[in-house]
Design a protein around this ligand. Structure first.
Ligand SMILES: C[S@@+](CC[C@H](N)C(=O)[O-])C[C@H]1O[C@@H](n2cnc3c(N)ncnc32)[C@H](O)[C@@H]1O
Length: 492
Protein backbone atom coordinates (compact mmCIF):
# COMPACT_ATOMS: atom_id res chain seq x y z
CA UNK A 1 0.00 0.00 0.00
CA UNK A 2 1.45 3.34 -1.07
CA UNK A 3 2.15 6.03 1.54
CA UNK A 4 -0.88 8.38 1.40
CA UNK A 5 -0.17 11.84 0.05
CA UNK A 6 -0.94 14.71 2.45
CA UNK A 7 -2.51 16.47 -0.54
CA UNK A 8 -5.22 13.82 -0.91
CA UNK A 9 -5.66 12.48 2.62
CA UNK A 10 -5.51 15.11 5.31
CA UNK A 11 -5.61 13.93 8.92
CA UNK A 12 -8.10 15.91 11.07
CA UNK A 13 -5.22 17.41 13.02
CA UNK A 14 -1.60 18.34 12.28
CA UNK A 15 0.52 15.26 12.92
CA UNK A 16 4.23 14.79 13.46
CA UNK A 17 6.40 14.22 10.38
CA UNK A 18 3.71 15.65 8.12
CA UNK A 19 3.60 18.71 5.89
CA UNK A 20 1.81 21.80 7.22
CA UNK A 21 1.43 25.30 5.83
CA UNK A 22 1.90 28.23 8.19
CA UNK A 23 -0.33 31.15 7.24
CA UNK A 24 1.57 34.29 8.24
CA UNK A 25 -0.37 36.82 6.16
CA UNK A 26 -2.75 36.49 3.23
CA UNK A 27 0.17 36.56 0.79
CA UNK A 28 2.84 34.98 2.93
CA UNK A 29 2.56 31.25 3.59
CA UNK A 30 5.33 28.98 4.76
CA UNK A 31 5.49 25.20 4.23
CA UNK A 32 7.11 23.21 7.04
CA UNK A 33 7.54 19.61 8.02
CA UNK A 34 6.42 19.10 11.60
CA UNK A 35 9.08 17.39 13.67
CA UNK A 36 9.10 15.87 17.12
CA UNK A 37 12.84 15.66 17.56
CA UNK A 38 14.99 18.74 17.62
CA UNK A 39 18.04 18.99 15.49
CA UNK A 40 18.68 22.69 15.77
CA UNK A 41 19.62 23.17 19.38
CA UNK A 42 16.47 24.79 20.76
CA UNK A 43 15.51 23.65 24.23
CA UNK A 44 11.85 23.46 23.05
CA UNK A 45 12.68 21.01 20.24
CA UNK A 46 12.18 21.81 16.55
CA UNK A 47 11.33 25.48 16.07
CA UNK A 48 10.25 27.53 13.05
CA UNK A 49 11.19 31.20 13.17
CA UNK A 50 8.98 33.69 11.36
CA UNK A 51 8.64 37.45 11.29
CA UNK A 52 5.85 37.03 13.85
CA UNK A 53 7.91 35.12 16.38
CA UNK A 54 9.15 31.60 17.04
CA UNK A 55 6.91 28.54 16.85
CA UNK A 56 8.10 25.31 18.49
CA UNK A 57 6.62 22.40 16.57
CA UNK A 58 5.31 20.97 19.83
CA UNK A 59 2.83 23.91 19.85
CA UNK A 60 1.65 22.99 16.34
CA UNK A 61 1.44 19.17 16.41
CA UNK A 62 -2.03 17.95 17.34
CA UNK A 63 -3.80 21.21 16.46
CA UNK A 64 -6.90 21.26 14.31
CA UNK A 65 -6.25 22.75 10.89
CA UNK A 66 -7.06 26.45 10.81
CA UNK A 67 -6.12 26.97 14.47
CA UNK A 68 -4.53 30.18 15.57
CA UNK A 69 -1.16 29.66 17.27
CA UNK A 70 0.62 32.13 19.52
CA UNK A 71 4.39 32.61 19.25
CA UNK A 72 6.56 31.22 22.03
CA UNK A 73 9.65 32.36 23.85
CA UNK A 74 12.38 29.97 22.85
CA UNK A 75 15.64 29.08 24.49
CA UNK A 76 18.49 28.66 22.07
CA UNK A 77 19.87 25.91 24.34
CA UNK A 78 22.80 24.10 22.73
CA UNK A 79 22.79 26.54 19.82
CA UNK A 80 24.62 28.88 22.19
CA UNK A 81 27.49 26.44 22.49
CA UNK A 82 28.34 26.41 18.82
CA UNK A 83 31.27 28.15 17.10
CA UNK A 84 31.82 31.82 17.73
CA UNK A 85 30.75 32.97 14.26
CA UNK A 86 27.65 30.82 14.12
CA UNK A 87 26.72 32.15 17.55
CA UNK A 88 27.11 35.75 16.43
CA UNK A 89 25.11 35.19 13.28
CA UNK A 90 22.30 33.44 15.10
CA UNK A 91 22.14 36.15 17.74
CA UNK A 92 21.79 38.72 14.98
CA UNK A 93 19.05 36.65 13.35
CA UNK A 94 17.21 36.21 16.62
CA UNK A 95 17.33 39.92 17.36
CA UNK A 96 16.10 40.63 13.86
CA UNK A 97 13.18 38.25 14.22
CA UNK A 98 12.25 39.45 17.68
CA UNK A 99 12.53 43.07 16.69
CA UNK A 100 10.50 42.55 13.55
CA UNK A 101 7.84 40.57 15.26
CA UNK A 102 7.45 43.21 17.99
CA UNK A 103 7.36 46.00 15.50
CA UNK A 104 5.13 44.30 12.96
CA UNK A 105 2.46 42.73 15.03
CA UNK A 106 1.03 43.31 18.45
CA UNK A 107 -0.76 40.24 19.71
CA UNK A 108 -4.20 41.66 18.89
CA UNK A 109 -3.44 42.63 15.27
CA UNK A 110 -4.62 40.62 12.28
CA UNK A 111 -1.92 39.10 10.07
CA UNK A 112 -3.63 40.54 6.98
CA UNK A 113 -2.78 44.04 8.16
CA UNK A 114 0.89 43.46 7.56
CA UNK A 115 2.37 43.24 4.08
CA UNK A 116 4.32 40.13 3.17
CA UNK A 117 8.09 40.07 3.21
CA UNK A 118 9.12 37.85 0.30
CA UNK A 119 12.82 38.05 1.05
CA UNK A 120 12.37 36.53 4.48
CA UNK A 121 10.00 33.85 3.33
CA UNK A 122 12.30 31.29 1.87
CA UNK A 123 15.08 31.93 4.27
CA UNK A 124 12.81 30.52 6.91
CA UNK A 125 10.95 28.11 4.66
CA UNK A 126 13.50 25.55 5.62
CA UNK A 127 11.99 26.31 8.98
CA UNK A 128 14.69 24.96 11.09
CA UNK A 129 18.12 26.45 11.07
CA UNK A 130 21.53 24.79 10.93
CA UNK A 131 21.91 21.65 12.97
CA UNK A 132 23.09 21.84 16.51
CA UNK A 133 23.07 19.06 19.08
CA UNK A 134 20.12 16.66 19.24
CA UNK A 135 17.70 17.26 22.06
CA UNK A 136 15.67 14.35 23.32
CA UNK A 137 13.47 15.94 25.93
CA UNK A 138 12.03 19.21 24.70
CA UNK A 139 11.23 21.94 27.24
CA UNK A 140 7.57 23.05 27.32
CA UNK A 141 7.34 26.35 25.43
CA UNK A 142 6.26 29.61 27.06
CA UNK A 143 3.88 31.91 25.19
CA UNK A 144 5.63 35.07 24.00
CA UNK A 145 2.63 37.30 23.28
CA UNK A 146 4.53 38.78 20.32
CA UNK A 147 2.41 37.47 17.47
CA UNK A 148 0.39 34.63 16.02
CA UNK A 149 -0.10 32.60 12.86
CA UNK A 150 -2.61 30.05 11.60
CA UNK A 151 -1.82 26.46 10.68
CA UNK A 152 -3.31 25.12 7.43
CA UNK A 153 -3.40 21.70 5.79
CA UNK A 154 -1.45 21.21 2.57
CA UNK A 155 -3.53 21.82 -0.55
CA UNK A 156 -2.39 22.64 -4.10
CA UNK A 157 -3.63 26.21 -3.55
CA UNK A 158 -1.64 26.66 -0.33
CA UNK A 159 1.37 24.98 -1.96
CA UNK A 160 1.23 27.38 -4.93
CA UNK A 161 1.15 30.32 -2.53
CA UNK A 162 4.05 29.01 -0.46
CA UNK A 163 6.37 27.09 -2.77
CA UNK A 164 9.92 28.00 -3.60
CA UNK A 165 9.67 29.80 -6.98
CA UNK A 166 12.28 28.34 -9.31
CA UNK A 167 10.39 29.80 -12.30
CA UNK A 168 7.28 31.80 -13.05
CA UNK A 169 4.45 29.62 -11.76
CA UNK A 170 0.88 29.05 -12.84
CA UNK A 171 -1.38 30.48 -10.13
CA UNK A 172 -4.66 29.10 -8.85
CA UNK A 173 -7.03 31.36 -10.87
CA UNK A 174 -5.37 30.14 -14.07
CA UNK A 175 -4.92 26.46 -13.27
CA UNK A 176 -8.44 26.00 -11.90
CA UNK A 177 -9.80 27.27 -15.22
CA UNK A 178 -7.27 25.30 -17.30
CA UNK A 179 -7.98 21.99 -15.55
CA UNK A 180 -11.70 22.48 -15.99
CA UNK A 181 -11.30 23.23 -19.72
CA UNK A 182 -8.96 20.24 -20.12
CA UNK A 183 -11.69 18.12 -18.52
CA UNK A 184 -9.12 16.75 -16.08
CA UNK A 185 -10.99 14.45 -13.71
CA UNK A 186 -10.27 11.38 -11.58
CA UNK A 187 -8.74 8.82 -13.90
CA UNK A 188 -7.53 11.28 -16.57
CA UNK A 189 -4.02 11.09 -17.96
CA UNK A 190 -2.45 14.53 -18.42
CA UNK A 191 0.82 15.73 -19.97
CA UNK A 192 2.43 18.78 -18.39
CA UNK A 193 5.49 20.48 -19.93
CA UNK A 194 7.51 22.22 -18.52
CA UNK A 195 6.99 21.34 -14.93
CA UNK A 196 9.05 24.31 -13.61
CA UNK A 197 8.32 24.85 -9.92
CA UNK A 198 5.62 22.18 -9.75
CA UNK A 199 2.71 24.52 -9.04
CA UNK A 200 0.50 23.15 -11.82
CA UNK A 201 1.81 19.64 -11.12
CA UNK A 202 0.21 19.51 -7.67
CA UNK A 203 -3.12 20.87 -8.87
CA UNK A 204 -3.22 18.45 -11.81
CA UNK A 205 -2.28 15.51 -9.55
CA UNK A 206 -5.23 16.26 -7.27
CA UNK A 207 -7.58 16.64 -10.26
CA UNK A 208 -6.72 13.23 -11.76
CA UNK A 209 -6.16 11.27 -8.53
CA UNK A 210 -8.38 8.19 -8.19
CA UNK A 211 -6.09 5.87 -6.30
CA UNK A 212 -2.49 4.80 -6.00
CA UNK A 213 -0.73 2.37 -8.32
CA UNK A 214 -1.26 -1.08 -6.91
CA UNK A 215 -4.81 -0.19 -5.78
CA UNK A 216 -6.17 -0.85 -9.28
CA UNK A 217 -8.48 -3.53 -7.87
CA UNK A 218 -10.61 -0.65 -6.57
CA UNK A 219 -11.14 0.70 -10.10
CA UNK A 220 -13.88 -0.59 -12.37
CA UNK A 221 -12.96 -2.20 -15.71
CA UNK A 222 -13.67 1.04 -17.56
CA UNK A 223 -11.65 3.19 -15.17
CA UNK A 224 -7.95 3.84 -15.54
CA UNK A 225 -5.44 5.16 -13.05
CA UNK A 226 -5.24 8.97 -13.05
CA UNK A 227 -1.73 10.17 -13.88
CA UNK A 228 0.26 13.32 -14.60
CA UNK A 229 3.20 12.97 -16.99
CA UNK A 230 5.49 15.93 -16.28
CA UNK A 231 8.45 16.97 -18.44
CA UNK A 232 11.18 19.45 -17.66
CA UNK A 233 14.56 19.99 -19.33
CA UNK A 234 16.30 22.06 -16.63
CA UNK A 235 18.16 19.48 -14.57
CA UNK A 236 18.32 21.25 -11.16
CA UNK A 237 14.55 21.94 -11.39
CA UNK A 238 13.94 18.29 -12.21
CA UNK A 239 15.92 17.23 -9.14
CA UNK A 240 14.12 19.65 -6.79
CA UNK A 241 10.69 18.68 -8.10
CA UNK A 242 11.57 14.99 -7.90
CA UNK A 243 12.42 15.45 -4.20
CA UNK A 244 9.13 17.28 -3.61
CA UNK A 245 7.14 14.58 -5.41
CA UNK A 246 8.77 11.97 -3.18
CA UNK A 247 8.26 14.02 0.02
CA UNK A 248 4.60 14.61 -0.89
CA UNK A 249 4.02 10.92 -1.70
CA UNK A 250 3.00 11.74 -5.26
CA UNK A 251 5.23 9.11 -6.87
CA UNK A 252 3.03 6.93 -9.04
CA UNK A 253 0.57 9.80 -9.57
CA UNK A 254 3.18 12.12 -11.10
CA UNK A 255 5.84 10.74 -13.42
CA UNK A 256 8.55 13.33 -13.97
CA UNK A 257 10.82 12.94 -17.00
CA UNK A 258 13.94 14.96 -17.68
CA UNK A 259 13.49 15.79 -21.38
CA UNK A 260 13.47 18.56 -23.95
CA UNK A 261 9.99 17.94 -25.31
CA UNK A 262 10.43 20.20 -28.35
CA UNK A 263 13.30 18.12 -29.69
CA UNK A 264 12.77 14.72 -28.13
CA UNK A 265 9.01 14.44 -27.75
CA UNK A 266 7.10 12.79 -24.91
CA UNK A 267 8.57 9.29 -24.70
CA UNK A 268 8.96 8.18 -21.10
CA UNK A 269 12.14 6.98 -19.44
CA UNK A 270 11.27 3.35 -20.18
CA UNK A 271 10.96 4.26 -23.89
CA UNK A 272 7.19 3.79 -23.95
CA UNK A 273 4.80 6.65 -24.78
CA UNK A 274 2.09 7.76 -22.34
CA UNK A 275 -1.53 7.66 -23.51
CA UNK A 276 -3.12 10.94 -22.48
CA UNK A 277 -6.46 12.74 -22.74
CA UNK A 278 -5.20 16.23 -21.93
CA UNK A 279 -2.06 18.30 -22.48
CA UNK A 280 -0.84 21.48 -20.83
CA UNK A 281 2.17 23.20 -22.43
CA UNK A 282 3.78 25.96 -20.35
CA UNK A 283 6.81 26.40 -22.63
CA UNK A 284 8.43 29.38 -24.35
CA UNK A 285 7.72 27.86 -27.80
CA UNK A 286 4.77 25.46 -27.44
CA UNK A 287 4.28 25.21 -31.22
CA UNK A 288 7.64 23.42 -31.47
CA UNK A 289 6.28 20.57 -29.34
CA UNK A 290 3.12 20.11 -31.43
CA UNK A 291 4.81 17.91 -34.02
CA UNK A 292 5.15 15.24 -31.32
CA UNK A 293 1.45 15.52 -30.44
CA UNK A 294 0.00 13.98 -33.55
CA UNK A 295 -1.98 10.76 -33.79
CA UNK A 296 0.04 9.67 -36.82
CA UNK A 297 3.54 9.89 -35.32
CA UNK A 298 5.01 6.58 -34.19
CA UNK A 299 4.79 6.32 -30.40
CA UNK A 300 2.05 8.96 -30.29
CA UNK A 301 1.39 10.00 -26.67
CA UNK A 302 -2.31 10.63 -27.42
CA UNK A 303 -5.08 8.33 -26.24
CA UNK A 304 -6.43 6.77 -29.48
CA UNK A 305 -9.86 6.16 -27.92
CA UNK A 306 -10.76 9.71 -26.91
CA UNK A 307 -10.60 13.31 -28.06
CA UNK A 308 -7.57 15.11 -26.64
CA UNK A 309 -7.84 18.56 -25.04
CA UNK A 310 -4.87 20.91 -25.16
CA UNK A 311 -3.97 24.19 -23.47
CA UNK A 312 -0.90 26.36 -24.01
CA UNK A 313 0.13 29.18 -21.69
CA UNK A 314 1.90 32.10 -23.41
CA UNK A 315 2.74 35.58 -22.17
CA UNK A 316 2.60 37.36 -25.53
CA UNK A 317 0.31 37.46 -28.54
CA UNK A 318 3.10 36.60 -31.02
CA UNK A 319 3.51 33.23 -29.28
CA UNK A 320 -0.25 32.75 -29.41
CA UNK A 321 -0.28 33.43 -33.16
CA UNK A 322 2.53 30.96 -33.81
CA UNK A 323 0.76 28.33 -31.69
CA UNK A 324 -2.66 28.84 -33.32
CA UNK A 325 -1.13 28.65 -36.79
CA UNK A 326 0.66 25.36 -35.93
CA UNK A 327 -2.53 23.96 -34.35
CA UNK A 328 -4.56 24.70 -37.49
CA UNK A 329 -1.99 23.03 -39.73
CA UNK A 330 -1.96 19.96 -37.48
CA UNK A 331 -5.75 19.53 -37.65
CA UNK A 332 -6.68 20.66 -34.15
CA UNK A 333 -10.24 22.00 -33.82
CA UNK A 334 -12.21 24.34 -31.52
CA UNK A 335 -9.16 26.60 -31.21
CA UNK A 336 -9.76 29.62 -29.01
CA UNK A 337 -7.88 31.96 -26.75
CA UNK A 338 -8.76 33.13 -23.23
CA UNK A 339 -7.15 35.56 -20.85
CA UNK A 340 -8.05 35.05 -17.21
CA UNK A 341 -8.45 38.48 -15.62
CA UNK A 342 -8.83 37.38 -12.04
CA UNK A 343 -9.80 40.01 -9.48
CA UNK A 344 -9.82 39.63 -5.73
CA UNK A 345 -12.71 41.55 -4.23
CA UNK A 346 -12.28 43.13 -0.84
CA UNK A 347 -15.64 43.38 0.95
CA UNK A 348 -15.78 45.45 4.11
CA UNK A 349 -17.69 47.97 6.17
CA UNK A 350 -16.73 51.57 5.50
CA UNK A 351 -17.39 53.87 8.46
CA UNK A 352 -17.42 57.62 7.95
CA UNK A 353 -18.10 60.33 10.52
CA UNK A 354 -16.70 62.49 13.27
CA UNK A 355 -17.55 59.86 15.87
CA UNK A 356 -14.86 57.70 14.23
CA UNK A 357 -12.05 60.18 14.94
CA UNK A 358 -8.92 58.41 16.13
CA UNK A 359 -10.24 54.89 15.41
CA UNK A 360 -8.45 52.53 13.02
CA UNK A 361 -9.43 51.91 9.41
CA UNK A 362 -12.09 54.61 9.19
CA UNK A 363 -12.75 57.87 7.40
CA UNK A 364 -13.03 60.41 10.22
CA UNK A 365 -14.35 63.34 8.19
CA UNK A 366 -17.88 64.67 8.64
CA UNK A 367 -20.49 62.24 7.33
CA UNK A 368 -23.14 64.89 6.62
CA UNK A 369 -23.56 68.65 6.24
CA UNK A 370 -25.24 68.76 9.68
CA UNK A 371 -22.29 67.03 11.28
CA UNK A 372 -19.84 69.40 9.58
CA UNK A 373 -21.83 72.48 10.67
CA UNK A 374 -22.11 71.12 14.21
CA UNK A 375 -18.35 70.76 14.41
CA UNK A 376 -17.80 74.25 12.93
CA UNK A 377 -20.14 75.71 15.55
CA UNK A 378 -18.25 73.91 18.28
CA UNK A 379 -14.95 75.31 17.03
CA UNK A 380 -16.42 78.82 16.66
CA UNK A 381 -17.83 78.81 20.19
CA UNK A 382 -14.59 77.57 21.58
CA UNK A 383 -12.67 80.28 19.75
CA UNK A 384 -14.96 83.10 20.79
CA UNK A 385 -14.96 81.90 24.38
CA UNK A 386 -11.24 81.77 24.25
CA UNK A 387 -10.95 85.31 22.92
CA UNK A 388 -13.49 86.66 25.37
CA UNK A 389 -12.11 85.09 28.47
CA UNK A 390 -8.43 85.61 27.65
CA UNK A 391 -7.97 83.12 30.45
CA UNK A 392 -5.35 81.26 28.50
CA UNK A 393 -2.77 83.26 26.64
CA UNK A 394 -0.22 80.60 26.04
CA UNK A 395 -0.99 78.86 22.72
CA UNK A 396 0.47 75.61 24.05
CA UNK A 397 -2.41 75.41 26.57
CA UNK A 398 -5.23 76.03 24.12
CA UNK A 399 -6.35 72.43 24.20
CA UNK A 400 -6.78 72.39 27.98
CA UNK A 401 -10.18 72.40 29.58
CA UNK A 402 -11.21 75.96 30.36
CA UNK A 403 -14.29 77.50 31.91
CA UNK A 404 -15.33 80.32 29.67
CA UNK A 405 -17.69 83.23 29.35
CA UNK A 406 -20.36 80.97 27.82
CA UNK A 407 -20.08 78.86 30.94
CA UNK A 408 -19.38 75.75 28.88
CA UNK A 409 -16.53 73.34 29.46
CA UNK A 410 -14.60 72.59 26.28
CA UNK A 411 -12.98 69.19 26.30
CA UNK A 412 -9.45 68.92 24.98
CA UNK A 413 -8.74 66.90 21.84
CA UNK A 414 -7.28 64.07 23.90
CA UNK A 415 -10.43 63.91 26.01
CA UNK A 416 -12.55 63.80 22.89
CA UNK A 417 -10.49 60.94 21.44
CA UNK A 418 -10.66 59.03 24.74
CA UNK A 419 -14.44 59.46 24.81
CA UNK A 420 -14.77 58.22 21.20
CA UNK A 421 -12.62 55.19 22.01
CA UNK A 422 -14.73 54.40 25.09
CA UNK A 423 -17.96 54.75 23.13
CA UNK A 424 -16.60 52.55 20.29
CA UNK A 425 -16.24 49.68 22.76
CA UNK A 426 -20.00 49.80 23.35
CA UNK A 427 -20.86 50.04 19.63
CA UNK A 428 -21.49 47.07 17.31
CA UNK A 429 -18.91 48.21 14.78
CA UNK A 430 -19.34 45.12 12.58
CA UNK A 431 -22.89 46.24 11.82
CA UNK A 432 -22.16 49.92 11.23
CA UNK A 433 -21.19 51.78 8.09
CA UNK A 434 -21.80 51.01 4.45
CA UNK A 435 -20.99 47.58 3.07
CA UNK A 436 -18.56 48.31 0.23
CA UNK A 437 -16.54 46.16 -2.12
CA UNK A 438 -13.47 47.02 -4.15
CA UNK A 439 -11.24 45.01 -6.41
CA UNK A 440 -7.78 44.44 -5.01
CA UNK A 441 -5.41 45.16 -7.90
CA UNK A 442 -2.34 43.18 -6.89
CA UNK A 443 -3.58 39.60 -7.19
CA UNK A 444 -0.73 37.22 -7.89
CA UNK A 445 -1.48 35.73 -11.25
CA UNK A 446 0.99 35.52 -14.08
CA UNK A 447 -1.24 37.03 -16.78
CA UNK A 448 -0.88 34.97 -19.90
CA UNK A 449 -2.94 33.99 -22.87
CA UNK A 450 -4.44 30.54 -22.75
CA UNK A 451 -4.94 28.82 -26.09
CA UNK A 452 -7.30 25.84 -26.04
CA UNK A 453 -7.84 23.25 -28.76
CA UNK A 454 -9.32 19.80 -29.24
CA UNK A 455 -8.00 16.99 -31.41
CA UNK A 456 -10.90 14.62 -32.18
CA UNK A 457 -10.24 10.91 -32.07
CA UNK A 458 -9.41 9.22 -35.36
CA UNK A 459 -12.50 7.87 -37.12
CA UNK A 460 -12.49 5.52 -40.08
CA UNK A 461 -15.04 3.47 -42.04
CA UNK A 462 -14.70 0.48 -39.72
CA UNK A 463 -15.50 2.69 -36.72
CA UNK A 464 -18.52 4.09 -38.57
CA UNK A 465 -19.76 0.58 -39.43
CA UNK A 466 -19.25 -0.74 -35.90
CA UNK A 467 -21.09 2.23 -34.49
CA UNK A 468 -23.90 1.87 -37.01
CA UNK A 469 -24.41 -1.74 -35.94
CA UNK A 470 -24.39 -0.83 -32.28
CA UNK A 471 -26.80 2.11 -32.66
CA UNK A 472 -28.94 1.51 -35.81
CA UNK A 473 -30.11 4.90 -37.03
CA UNK A 474 -33.51 3.68 -38.29
CA UNK A 475 -34.37 2.11 -34.96
CA UNK A 476 -33.30 5.20 -33.09
CA UNK A 477 -35.42 7.42 -35.35
CA UNK A 478 -38.44 5.12 -34.79
CA UNK A 479 -37.76 5.24 -31.06
CA UNK A 480 -37.09 1.48 -31.02
CA UNK A 481 -33.84 0.63 -29.26
CA UNK A 482 -31.83 -2.44 -30.32
CA UNK A 483 -33.61 -4.78 -27.88
CA UNK A 484 -36.89 -4.13 -29.72
CA UNK A 485 -38.65 -2.17 -26.95
CA UNK A 486 -40.04 1.25 -27.83
CA UNK A 487 -38.63 4.14 -25.82
CA UNK A 488 -41.94 4.71 -24.03
CA UNK A 489 -42.38 1.03 -23.15
CA UNK A 490 -38.71 0.80 -22.09
CA UNK A 491 -39.12 3.71 -19.71
CA UNK A 492 -42.16 2.15 -17.98
C1 LIG B 1 7.13 28.92 -16.76
S1 LIG B 1 7.95 27.48 -16.31
C2 LIG B 1 6.68 26.35 -15.93
C3 LIG B 1 6.05 26.61 -14.59
C4 LIG B 1 5.12 25.49 -14.15
N1 LIG B 1 4.04 25.30 -15.08
C5 LIG B 1 4.57 25.76 -12.76
O1 LIG B 1 3.33 25.92 -12.62
O2 LIG B 1 5.34 25.80 -11.82
C6 LIG B 1 8.51 26.86 -17.85
C7 LIG B 1 9.41 25.65 -17.70
O3 LIG B 1 9.54 25.04 -18.94
C8 LIG B 1 10.82 24.48 -19.02
N2 LIG B 1 11.10 24.26 -20.45
C9 LIG B 1 11.32 25.19 -21.39
N3 LIG B 1 11.51 24.60 -22.60
C10 LIG B 1 11.37 23.27 -22.39
C11 LIG B 1 11.46 22.12 -23.24
N4 LIG B 1 11.71 22.25 -24.53
N5 LIG B 1 11.27 20.90 -22.69
C12 LIG B 1 11.00 20.77 -21.37
N6 LIG B 1 10.91 21.82 -20.52
C13 LIG B 1 11.11 23.04 -21.03
C14 LIG B 1 11.70 25.53 -18.37
O4 LIG B 1 12.90 24.96 -17.89
C15 LIG B 1 10.80 26.02 -17.23
O5 LIG B 1 11.08 25.36 -16.04
Amino acid sequence: MARPSPFFHTAPTATADSLAILHLTRDNLLPIKLQTTADDGYAEGAVTNTRFGSFPHSTLIGLEWGSQVRASKVDTGTRGRKGKNAKKQEAAEDNGVAEQSNRKRKSDEQPEDTPASPTKKFKSSNGEKANGGKIDTARPPIEAGSGFIHILPPTPEAWTASLDHRTQVVYTPDYSYILQRLRARPGSAVIEAGAGSGSFTHAAARAVFNGYPGDSSKLSKRQSQGKVYSYEFHEPRVQTLRDEIRDHALEGIVELTHRDVCNEGFILQDNTPPSVDAIFLDLPAPWQALKHLSRSTPNSPLNPHSAVHLCTFSPCIEQVMATVSALRKAGWTEINMIEVQHKRIDVRRERVGLKEEGLRGVNASAASVDEAIGRLREVETKLSDFNASRAVTNSANREEITTNTSGQKHPSKQERLDRIKREAEERKLYKEGNLVHRTVPEVKTHTSYLVFAVLPRDWNEDDEKRCGEQYPVDDIMRGTPKDGKTESSASK
